[in-house]
Design a protein around this ligand. Structure first.
Ligand code: SF4
Length: 367
C-alpha cells in the first residue's frame, strides 16, 4: 500500500524540464522534485559542474545557475551538456541572456517580471523561442524585487501583490499562446509566502515552485522552509521545492529531501528514531545516535533504526523499527524486525547495529 499523505495533490498542468538522460516532469502527477542553486561563478565551468555533481549525489534533481553576465551565458552550453540533471538559467535584467540560455540547451529559464527591463515587449519573442525549443519558463516573483507599479498599488509586497505580479506576467505569455509555465511567489516571511501560494493555487493551474526567499542561516532557514512548505504541501500545494539557506547548497538539498520524506511525498530512506533522553537514560543517547548515524551515512535503504536510552519506551520503539537497540545496565538489547536477537555490551552496540544494517541492506538488494 502506498504510504498515506495528508491531502490529495492540487490539480495542475505538467511541464517537462528536458535533459538527455534525466528529464524531470513538474506538476500534474509527477513526483515533487527538489532543486537547488549553484554558488560558484557560472563562468567557472569546472567549479560549477563540480558543484552540480555534488548536488546530484546529494539527491538534487534540478539545478539553477545564475546568469548575470555574457561570460556566464557563454558557459551555459557546456554546463547544460555535461550536467547530470536539468539546468535552469536564472536571468535578471537582460532578455538577451534568455535567448542565450534557450540556445544553450538549458532545461528552462527563470525570469523575474519585476526585474527585467523592457521585458514586456520581448515576451512574444521569448515565448516563440521557448516554444520552438520546448522549454518552460518559470515566472519567479520575489518580494525583494516586486514590480514598482504593484509596490505603489499595495504599499508593500503583500500576498495579493505577489500573486498579481505573477498572474499578470503569465497573461503576457498567454497572449502569445505560451502556457509552459511554472510559478513562484517567494517572500522571506513564511506567513506571507504561504498565503500568497494559497491564493495563487486557487487562481491558476500552473505548477508551483515553492520557496521561502532569504530564509536565513541553516537553523532558521531550515525551520522557516519546513514550516512553510509543510503548510502548503500538507494541502497538496507545491510541485517542486527549493530550500534557500545561507549555507552550502548540498544542505538545501538534504533539507528538501527530508521535508518530502517526512510528509510521505517521497519514499523514506534511512530513518534514525532516537529518543531525546531523560533522567531514566542509562547510556549517552546523543553520542550513541550520532555514532549510529555516522556509521550508516550514505546508506539509502528504507530502514528504520531505533536508538533508545532505557528499558521504559526502548523495547516498544525498538520492536516497531526494522532494527533497534534498547539500552540499559551497561548492555544493549538488539531487536531485528520486532524480535530480540541478541544482547551485547554497551561498547559493541554501534558496531553491531551498523553491521546488521549493512547485512539487511544487502538482503534488500540495495546499498
Ligand atoms: Fe527517557 Fe527511556 Fe524514553 Fe529515552 S527511551 S526518553 S531514556 S524514557
Amino acid at each position: 500500500l502506498p504510504a498515506p499523505v495528508l491531502a490529495p495533490r492540487r490539480v495542475s498542468r505538467k511541464i517537462t524540464l528536458r535533459h538527455h538522460s534525466h528529464p524531470v516532469e513538474v506538476g500534474g502527477d509527477a513526483p515533487i522534485s527538489v532543486q537547488s542553486m549553484t554558488t560558484t561563478r557560472t563562468d567557472d565551468v569546472n567549479a560549477t559542474l563540480q558543484q552540480i555533481a555534488e548536488l546530484t549525489a546529494a539527491g538534487c534533481q534540478v539545478v539553477r545557475v545564475a546568469v548575470p553576465s555574457q561570460d556566464d551565458a557563454d558557459a551555459l552550453p557546456q554546463i547544460a551538456r555535461k550536467s547530470g540533471i536539468p539546468v535552469i538559467a536564472d536571468i535578471h535584467f537582460q532578455p538577451k541572456y534568455v535567448f542565450a540560455a534557450i540556445d544553450a540547451g538549458c532545461a528552462g529559464v527563470r525570469v523575474n517580471p519585476g526585474n527585467i527591463k523592457q521585458f514586456d515587449d520581448k515576451v512574444g519573442e521569448i515565448a516563440r523561442a521557448a516554444k520552438d525549443a520546448g522549454i518552460p519558463i518559470r515566472i519567479g516573483v520575489n518580494a525583494g524585487s516586486l514590480d514598482k507599479r504593484l509596490l505603489e498599488k499595495y504599499g508593500k509586497a503583500t500576498p495579493e501583490a505577489l500573486v498579481e505580479s505573477a498572474l499578470w506576467e503569465c497573461s503576457l505569455f498567454e497572449e502569445h499562446d505560451f502556457r509552459d509555465i511554472k510559478i513562484s511567489v517567494k517572500h522571506n516571511d513564511p506567513v506571507v509566502m504561504v498565503t500568497a501560494y494559497r491564493l495563487l493555487a486557487a487562481q491558476c493551474d500552473y505548477p508551483l515552485h515553492l520557496g521561502v526567499t532569504e530564509a536565513g542561516p541553516a537553523f532558521q532557514g531550515t525551520i522557516k522552509s519546513s514550516v512553510a512548505f509543510g503548510a502548503l504541501l500538507s494541502q497538496g500545494i507545491g510541485d517542486t521545492i527549493r530550500v534557500s539557506l545561507s549555507a552550502p547548497p548540498v544542505e538545501e538539498v538534504k533539507v528538501g529531501n527530508q521535508i518530502l520524506e517526512s510528509l510521505n511525498l517521497r519514499k523514506r530512506g534511512l530513518e534514525i528514531v532516537s529518543c531525546p533522553s531523560c533522567g531514566r537514560a542509562q547510556v549517552d543517547v546523543y553520542t550513541l545516535a550520532e555514532q549510529v548515524t555516522a556509521g550508516l551515512e550514505g546508506l539509502t535503504v528504507p530502514l528504520r533504526v531505533a536508538v533508545m536510552g532505557c528499558v521504559v519506551n526502548g523495547p516498544g520503539e525498538a520492536r516497531e523499527a526494522d532494527l533497534g537497540v534498547a539500552s540499559g545496565n551497561g548492555k544493549g538489547q538488539i531487536f531485528k524486525r520486532g524480535e530480540v536477537v541478541m544482547t551485547v555490551p554497551e561498547s559493541q552496540i554501534v558496531e553491531t547495529l551498523v553491521e546488521m544494517a549493512l547485512e539487511m541492506a544487502e538482503e534488500m538488494g540495495v546499498d
